[in-house]
Design a binder for this molecule. Structure first.
Ligand code: NAP
Length: 263
């Protein structure tokens, strides 16, 4: 199956990298981007064919992946419309199935929201499928991303909420790791030591949540012996409003995603 990327920056590049790592043949991936310089960089970095002609990419590919900024999508949709109808996967924020379908009537359109850990095979990709998407296309498009982590189908009404948690989520987790490391450094650890400890703790704790069959809240309770030092720290987290801060963080992200959807 030949995958044609239209746009291959931060997100498209992460997908290309992840797919190559998973064994997807280079010859079955192509990309078109805005500038010749980016096309040359992509060819050099990943060994895939890359250029600047979106119409060509659309005709060459079996499946088209749109990974440009939301504002560039209308132009891209116009440029690809001359190709034969084929599955189009769009990951641009705010591009609903309705808007995609209006630009490409009768095409099988798929809306996704990936995240950058896909590059390491540890991503999450949210899916919503247009009405004209067959069971086979559903299976084929989902199986591309299943190689790069977890895939989750969501009703479109929940797409913005999902986007906030997993699409934007990596930034929130990076921020947490940074804050944990800085707090350790403030207690005398070197910056490097503290970052190593914070990072491996987040990786290890995430794996514990994945493998233990109890909720993360119960796990937190389990490691906090009453009267002990972890309990003393947890009490501060609970009372200084971490939950409220995260509620507001996710709320603001959802609100911004909704604004993009209305454009
Ligand atoms: N970054 C994330 O974590 C993330 C997560 C989920 C979804 N997304 C979505 O992914 C999309 C891309 O975001 P990004 O962060 O990857 O952006 P980005 O790093 O700025 O990459 C944009 C890409 O689009 C190319 N491009 C610009 N104009 C084009 C045109 N007319 N035709 C073809 N290609 C064109 C750029 O090429 P040049 O390099 O030549 O300019 C670049 O390769 C957005 O819609 C965003 O909502 C991003």
């Amino acid at each position: 199956m030949k995958l044609g990327f239209i746009g291959a920056g931060e997100m498209g590049g992460a997908i290309i990298k992840g797919l190559l790592n998973s064994g997807w043949p280079k010859a079955d991936m192509g990309a078109s981007v805005h500038s010749q310089a980016s096309a040359e960089r992509l060819s050099k970095q990943y060994g895939i064919c890359a250029g600047t002609d979106n119409g060509y990419t659309a005709k060459w590919a079996d499946v088209i992946l749109i990974a440009v900024k939301p504002g560039v999508v209308p132009q891209v949709l116009e440029e690809i419309a001359a190709a034969d109808k084929k599955p189009v996967i769009c990951m641009a924020l705010g591009w609903t199935l309705e808007k995609l379908q209006a630009a490409l009537p009768g095409w099988p359109v798929v809306r996704i929201m990936p995240n950058t850990p896909l590059a390491l095979g540890e991503g999450v990709t949210l899916f919503a499928f247009g009405a004209s998407v067959s069971a086979q296309v559903r299976q084929e498009t989902e199986s591309i991303f299943a190689r790069l982590g977890k895939t989750v189908e969501l009703p479109e009404a929940l797409f913005d909420a999902g986007t906030a948690v997993s699409g934007s989520g990596p930034a929130f987790v990076y921020y947490f790791i940074d804050a944990l490391a800085k707090a350790g450094a403030a207690q005398g650890l070197s910056d490097e030591q503290s970052l190593t400890l914070a990072l491996q703790t987040v990786v290890g704790a995430a794996k514990m949540v994945e493998h233990e069959h109890i909720s993360p809240a119960e796990l937190a309770q389990k490691v906090a012996t009453p009267g002990g030092c972890t309990a003393a720290g947890l009490d501060v987290l609970k009372t200084t409003g971490m939950n409220e801060a995260l509620d507001k963080t996710i709320g603001a992200t959802v609100a911004k995603a909704q604004e993009f959807g209305k454009k």
